[in-house]
Design a protein around this ligand. Structure first.
Ligand SMILES: C[S@@+](CC[C@H](N)C(=O)[O-])C[C@H]1O[C@@H](n2cnc3c(N)ncnc32)[C@H](O)[C@@H]1O
Length: 218
């Protein structure tokens, strides 16, 4: 969960490298009004996603967890003309808000919104693969399941990116903290162990405020 008020350091970095335009600011305003600002990525993570998409020439991306489309707009803007983003969300109001964001930001043609539970929807998307990049940003307790899907459906050399993998720093504690459910704590630790030790992956956690895992599917 990001705080609404960025630190001086964040302001400096975002101002230099990840300034929001009117479209992104409008999504931010709607998230704040709905009391949901902070569960989305920050502007600098948006820029990191754009950097990774450009670096890897990603054309086919799956996002798990659309919310109001903030991260989706950042990613779609970095896709080439023949690139596409499939983004999964189970909350109908969020799907509606994201649709408006994608239209207003001029990226709607590059995006397919997939409404439903992520595991079911990922299985439906599998035949469209292999994908170049998956961005995992939904319920934390299912991250290892999403990673298993990515292992099958992301091409060798493709990227797996996941937000919140430090769980606000709590993932490093030896006992589960009160603020987290048992499943959130144990499954996120399992996800991080898999990225670290499973030979199918090569990656690390970028130490952003929330922790952003970046990994290659070998
Ligand atoms: C952290 S927010 C996504 C933020 C978004 N990626 C951004 O940065 O703008 C997580 C979203 O995942 C959705 N979600 C959680 N569990 C889900 C599931 N099992 N299937 C589909 N969507 C899910 C929630 O409704 C929520 O909108």
């Amino acid at each position: 969960m990001r705080s609404a008020e960025p630190t001086i350091r964040q302001k400096y970095v975002d101002g230099l490298y990840a300034a929001e335009d009117e479209g992104l600011r409008a999504i931010r305003d709607r998230l704040v009004s709905a009391g949901r600002w902070g569960i989305n990525i920050g502007a600098n993570e948006g820029k990191i996603l754009q950097f990774l998409i450009s670096l890897s020439n990603a054309k086919k991306i799956v996002e798990i967890g659309t919310l109001f489309g903030y991260s989706g707009v950042w990613m779609a803007r970095s896709l080439p003309a023949d690139g596409h983003l499939w983004t999964i969300e189970r909350d109908h109001e969020a799907v509606r808000q994201a649709r408006k964001a994608f239209e207003d930001c001029g990226v709607v043609e590059k995006i397919t919104q997939v409404e439903g539970d992520a595991i079911d929807m990922l299985n439906e998307l599998s035949p469209l693969g292999p994908f170049d990049l998956v961005f995992i940003d939904a319920n934390k307790s299912a991250y290892p399941q999403y990673l298993e899907w990515a292992a099958k459906c992301v091409r060798p050399g493709g990227l797996i990116v996941a937000d919140n993998t430090l769980l606000g720093g709590h993932v490093a504690e030896s006992e589960k903290p009160e603020s987290l459910s048992r499943a959130q704590y144990t499954e996120m630790r399992r996800f991080n162990d898999l990225i670290a030790n499973d030979p199918r992956f090569f990656g690390t956690i970028l130490p952003t405020d929330e922790g952003l895992t970046v990994a290659i599917r070998r």
